[in-house]
Write a protein of this length. Sequence first.
Length: 230
Amino acid sequence: MAKRFAVIGLGHFGHELAIGLTEKGSEVLAIDSSLDRLEEIKDKVTHTVRLDATDEKALRNQGIEDFDAVVVAIGDDFEATLLTVAVLQQIGIKRIIVRGTTPVHERILDHLEIAEIILPEVEAARRLADSLVLESVLDTFSVSSDHAIVEAPAPETLIGKSLRELRLPQEYHVSLVTIKRARRQPGLLGMRTKTVEVIVGIPTAETVIERGDILLVFGSRKAIERMLKT
């Protein structure tokens, strides 16, 4: 059975999120007060509705309490975000995900006991900072302001060594989550071999880092930076 999500606010973030969820097979109700924004997305999501998200009766009429999660992506109008969150809590929505734009918003939402807060601008800035400081970094996923999961090519100094030898947690205070590794596979009917990417899985003490490996590493940004620069 497809999951059901409601996305309130169809700015750039909400628009892309609603379409992305729909493309992944979810049932999506897109909500906004702007008719123009709804017209842009109506053929790309399951349902659209024009309403004031601070109107409790209007939300209840959409069966909002039956959705798996409600994402509040209103954006710059933080007062409207807070009022909408208050209404959703009054209705009894079990899972509310809220987009903020600043760390101050995050603190305020935290006081409202919102467990899932998204700061896309902050996350984008951190990713850019990581890519500028560590040019080898391919991607990052922030876990907190200090910790992240970083995807980067294996440094030369680690190649050919096992995790038992490297002792990454002890030497660098980082943990290797998994490894992406290129493998050559023969083509069908005598066709040329092709290169495919495989996931090593959960590394063990005997796992050896190979040339060309892409490492997914968890730790503080400073610790990961130190490891990648060895």
